[in-house]
Design a protein around this ligand. Structure first.
Ligand code: CAA
Length: 260
């Protein structure tokens, strides 16, 4: 893959994707979104990758949003297409069968908060700032922020964040359930790696099925979601990992999952 705006590295089952446009605080233009789509599609089907960490380059910003210079002269149709591209790129992250952890190292604004919300888990540096400031630019969130923020923090808080365009601090983001935990900036990548390693020690199939049960379930009614869960639960019993996991428990030893 010839990447210009991202850096993708791999070690011991964990891939790290870094959005790398520090001069514009890692703002997302069309090419970056296309690369995100391509990278997450590839990582999703790469058997050696168990967990993915997404972060931004530099200490100031995770992602400061969609690229305003790029968007300035878009027509209505181009604006629609740009939003659809961003939504597709983020759906690739959300739909990726591997758990994705956002390590939020600074500003996560507009498209930056939207891409973080497409990840499974979010760890924020104490210095991170969150918001949907699109209203200050005369637009609204376009990369599914109105949908994911509402699902994550509820309609009342989502409306406050989107209508005011104000930034919130990392601790407040934690309080309202937008992020999983807040750590000092110097510890951010270690904490993300620690969580990634813990998750990577589990079976890849049950991780994938758990992700599907949660993400599919939240979009459908309770009974259909529960049925989907029961079907996936049943499917687990066709795996070697289920046999190993239960045998290991009964034999009082640590399970060695084969990811199949
Ligand atoms: N797009 C393009 N360039 C951006 C950018 C963005 N979203 N955010 C920052 N930059 C650029 C700045 O223009 C500046 O470039 P120059 O050095 O060439 O002037 C450089 O990055 C550094 O930024 P600042 O000088 O502004 O840094 P600061 O520390 O003073 O402020 C900030 C930091 C508060 C994050 C500020 O940069 C900012 O408000 N950025 C825009 C945030 C924003 O509005 N995001 C939403 C975008 S719209 C969107 O995302 C729509 C969607 O849902 C699809």
């Amino acid at each position: 893959m010839n990447l210009k705006n991202l850096i993708s590295t791999y070690e011991n089952g964990i891939a790290t994707v870094t959005i790398n446009r520090p001069k514009v605080l890692n703002a997302l233009n069309k090419d970056t979104l296309l690369e995100i789509k391509e990278v997450f599609t590839k990582l999703g089907t790469d058997d050696k990758v168990k967990v993915i960490i997404l972060t931004g380059s530099g200490e100031k910003a995770f992602v400061a949003g969609a690229d305003i210079a790029f968007m300035q002269s878009l027509s209505a149709i181009e604006g629609f297409e740009f939003a659809k591209l961003g939504q597709e790129a983020f759906m690739t992250i959300e739909g990726c069968p591997k758990p994705v952890i956002a390590a939020i190292n600074g500003f996560a604004l507009g498209g930056g908060n939207e891409i973080a919300m497409a990840c499974d888990l979010r760890i924020a540096a104490e210095t991170a700032r969150f918001g949907q400031p699109e209203i200050n630019l005369g637009i609204i969130p376009g990369f599914a922020g109105t949908q994911r923020l509402t699902r994550l923090v509820g309609k009342t808080k989502a409306k406050e964040i989107i209508y005011t365009g104000a930034m919130i601090e990392a601790q407040e983001a934690h309080r309202i359930g937008l992020v999983n935990k807040v750590v000092p900036l110097v510890d951010l990548m270690d904490e993300a790696l620690k969580m990634a390693e813990l998750i990577a020690s589990k079976g890849a199939v049950s991780l994938k099925l758990a992700k599907s049960a949660i993400d599919t379930g939240v979009e459908i009614d309770f009974h259909s979601g529960s049925l989907h869960e029961a079907q996936l639960f049943g499917l687990c019993f066709s795996t070697e990992d289920q046999k190993e996991g239960m045998s290991a428990f009964l034999e009082k030893r640590k399970a060695k999952f084969k990811n199949k």
